[in-house]
Unconditional design. Structure first.
Ligand SMILES: *Cc1c(COP(=O)(O)O)cnc(C)c1O
Ligand SMILES: [Zn+2]
Length: 406
């Protein structure tokens, strides 16, 4: 694909050969780059079933010697939930279960692009700072590709995510600090040693991988686009990518609209929402982030400019939800649909519940970005208790009677 890089802040266009990560004039925070497609494919076809995300190759900035991670990524299921939609007053509702990717989150879509680029550059070590999922994704996909990964996570990351890193053989630095501190530390070390960066927003190719999520929805829904697309927001890359995927589909003449994109943040980590509502997208408002939804516990979002600009362009907005609402959403989503999301995944459902009254009669797709098994401890705080019984039928019947099941 023929493409260039455009600075979101100052508008300068770069040749991909000249710039690797961000706009040299605007710096790493505001100078995030957008991949601008030179020419849209005329008659694309999408073989999701056998290719996964690579069904969108013609829309991706791949090099001639492009490397495909030998794991199946994408083509995750989408479920239509008519009766749940009805209950909420919506005309239709779809659940996109991206926890079904190889390492259990949406991040695999982006990591595949980072690996492709690193291979082209003949760099064998990739690093990232992550709240957890970008890290487990990088660890898993580099392992499959015979590469090395160096990973910086806050030491508070959920155990399943840290275990995933170690199982895949990553070198793990559990930073005694926040994600935001881990991020700055990783950049300093990664730059010094010339490793390839899989850091959100810094690397413009990640978003291109992520946009396959919404392109997939378009194909799966036979190019009939819902009114709203709802997803949780930390750094702001995923929400931006959802917009870009739908936009690329429209630009290629395959669809006729872009949904209003709704970004859902945790109340204790709503930095992107605050910046959006201030109206000054180039003056990010940073905060101290706290949230049970570790994947979106970001106080210094790296893709804030893009997220604000593109959500606004879509006609969407941001909402925030409490940890309590997220916890309840994990349980309700699982019981209504059978999809078990991690806190940041179920946050999209919590966001939908919050705005449902104001979008009556409309259709929506929500992206469940991470698998619930990644953080069972948080979910457990919102479940009912286990019934402990002796190996005796009488004991079992006593319990069943007590809870009114017999
Ligand atoms: C990373 C992540 C997000 C948010 O993505 P950003 O690009 O940081 O906004 C949401 N949900 C899950 C499960 C994630 O891992
Ligand atoms: Zn710039």
């Amino acid at each position: 694909m023929n493409y260039s890089l455009k600075c979101l802040n100052c508008g300068t266009i770069y040749d991909p050969k000249d710039v690797m990560y961000t706009c040299p004039k605007c710096g790493p925070r505001l100078g995030t780059l957008e991949i601008v497609i030179g020419e849209y494919p005329r008659y694309p076809s999408f073989d999701l079933k056998s290719k996964g995300i690579w069904a969108f190759s013609e829309f991706l900035p791949l090099d001639e010697d492009h490397h495909e991670v030998p794991l199946f990524i994408g083509n995750t299921p989408i479920y239509e939930k008519k009766s749940l939609a009805q209950k909420m007053g919506l005309s239709d509702l779809w659940i996109k279960d991206d926890g079904r990717n190889p390492t259990g989150s949406y991040k695999d879509r982006a990591t595949a692009m980072a690996i492709s680029k690193a291979k082209s550059l003949h760099v064998n070590t990739i690093y990232c700072a992550s709240t957890g999922n970008a890290a487990s994704s990088l660890a898993g996909l580099t392992a499959a590709s015979g590469m090395k990964s160096i990973i910086f996570v806050p030491k508070t990351a959920p155990e399943a995510k840290i275990t995933q890193l170690l199982v895949y053989g990553a070198t793990v630095m559990a930073v005694d600090g926040t994600y935001d501190e881990a991020f700055d530390l990783s950049m300093e070390i990664g730059n010094e040693f010339g490793w390839y960066s899989r850091n959100s927003a810094i690397n413009p190719y990640l978003l291109e991988g992520k946009k396959t999520g919404s392109m997939e929805v378009a194909v799966q829904l036979d190019f009939k686009i819902p009114d709203f697309a709802i997803v949780s927001v930390g750094d702001g890359t995923v929400v931006s990518s959802i917009y870009k995927g739908f936009k690329d589909m429209k630009m290629a003449g395959l669809t006729d609209k872009i949904p209003k994109v709704i970004g859902v943040q945790s109340e204790g980590a709503n930095a992107v929402m605050r910046t959006f509502e201030s109206g000054h997208f180039d003056r990010p408002i940073d905060i101290d982030a706290h949230s049970m939804a570790d994947s979106i516990a970001v106080g210094k979002p790296r893709d804030v400019l893009k997220a604000c600009k593109w959500v606004k362009e879509s006609g969407g907005y941001f909402v925030s939800v409490t940890d309590e609402e997220i916890g309840k959403a994990i349980i309700e989503l699982a019981r209504e649909t059978g999809v078990f999301g991690e806190p940041a995944g179920a946050a999209a459902y919590a966001g939908l519940k919050k705005i449902a009254k104001s979008i009556q009669g409309k259709s929506a797709v929500i992206f469940i970005t991470g698998n619930g098994l990644k953080d069972v401890k948080s979910a457990r705080n919102f479940t009912s208790q286990v019934n402990y019984v002796k190996p005796d039928p009488k004991d079992v019947k006593d319990v069943l009677r007590k809870i009114g099941l017999i």
